[in-house]
Design a protein around this ligand. Structure first.
Ligand SMILES: [Zn+2]
Length: 195
C-alpha cells in the first residue's frame, strides 16, 4: 500500500491545499520546505521525524525504509516557507496530453480509449507547427486522418478547446482516483476548507 500512500499538504495557515504522493511529501520535509505533522498536529522537522519514526511501532500510512533509516510516511505535512506547493513542470508526453484533454478528441469531442487515440499537431509540423503543449491535441483516428495536413479551419474541423500548457497540481494526482478513500486524519482538516 505504500506505493499508493498520499499526504495531505497544508499551507502555513493549516489550510489544506493539495495532496502529494509520499515521496514528494518526504522530500518537502527533507529539504526544509515543510514539516511533518503527527495525528495531534505536532510538527516535526526531518531529523525529529526520523528520530520519532524509530520509536513508533505503527504508523497510519505505513513506513518506508532504506538501509539506514525507517521513516513513517506522514499523513499530513505543513508548508513552512510557502503558501503554495513549489512549482513543478508537467512533462510534455503523449500520456499527459491525453490526460490534459480527458481522452477526448479535440475535433469531434468523443472520448476514446488510449489505444484509439493519436496526437495531432493543430498547425501541421510540415507547415511549421511546433511539437508543444499549445499545438498538440488529442485526436481520434478518424479525425486525425480526415484533418491530415490541413489547418483546422481548412479542414472545417474547429477545435473544441484551446490547448494550453497544464499547471501541475498535486491535487491533480487525486483526480483519476475519485473513489479512493480519504484517510480519517484528513477529514477534520478538509472540512473547514470546503466551508
Ligand atoms: Zn475525433
Amino acid at each position: 500500500m505504500i506505493a499508493m500512500a498520499r499526504t495531505l499538504v497544508l499551507n502555513r495557515s493549516y489550510r489544506a491545499i493539495a495532496v502529494a504522493d509520499w515521496q514528494r511529501a518526504l522530500t518537502l520535509v527533507y529539504i526544509g520546505l515543510a514539516e511533518a505533522l503527527d495525528a495531534e498536529l505536532t510538527p516535526y522537522d526531518f531529523s525529529a521525524w526520523v528520530a520519532a519514526s524509530s520509536h513508533w511501532v505503527e504508523a497510519p500510512a505505513g513506513f518506508v525504509s532504506s538501509t539506514s533509516v525507517r521513516l513513517a510516511v506522514p499523513e499530513v505535512i505543513r508548508l513552512v516557507r510557502y503558501d503554495r506547493v513549489p512549482h513543478r513542470e508537467v512533462a510534455f508526453t503523449r500520456h499527459n496530453v491525453f490526460a490534459r484533454d480527458g481522452r477526448r478528441c479535440a475535433y469531434c469531442g468523443r472520448r476514446r480509449p488510449t489505444e484509439e487515440l493519436d496526437l495531432d499537431h493543430v498547425v501541421p509540423r510540415s507547415r511549421g507547427g511546433g511539437h508543444s503543449w499549445t499545438n498538440v491535441v488529442t485526436s481520434c483516428r478518424p479525425c486525425n486522418l480526415k484533418k491530415a495536413d490541413k489547418l483546422p479551419e481548412e479542414a472545417g474541423m474547429p477545435l473544441k478547446f484551446r490547448p494550453s500548457k497544464p499547471r501541475w497540481t498535486l491535487l491533480g494526482s487525486l483526480l483519476p482516483h475519485p473513489r479512493r478513500a480519504i484517510p480519517a486524519s484528513w477529514k477534520k482538516l478538509l472540512a473547514p476548507a470546503q466551508a
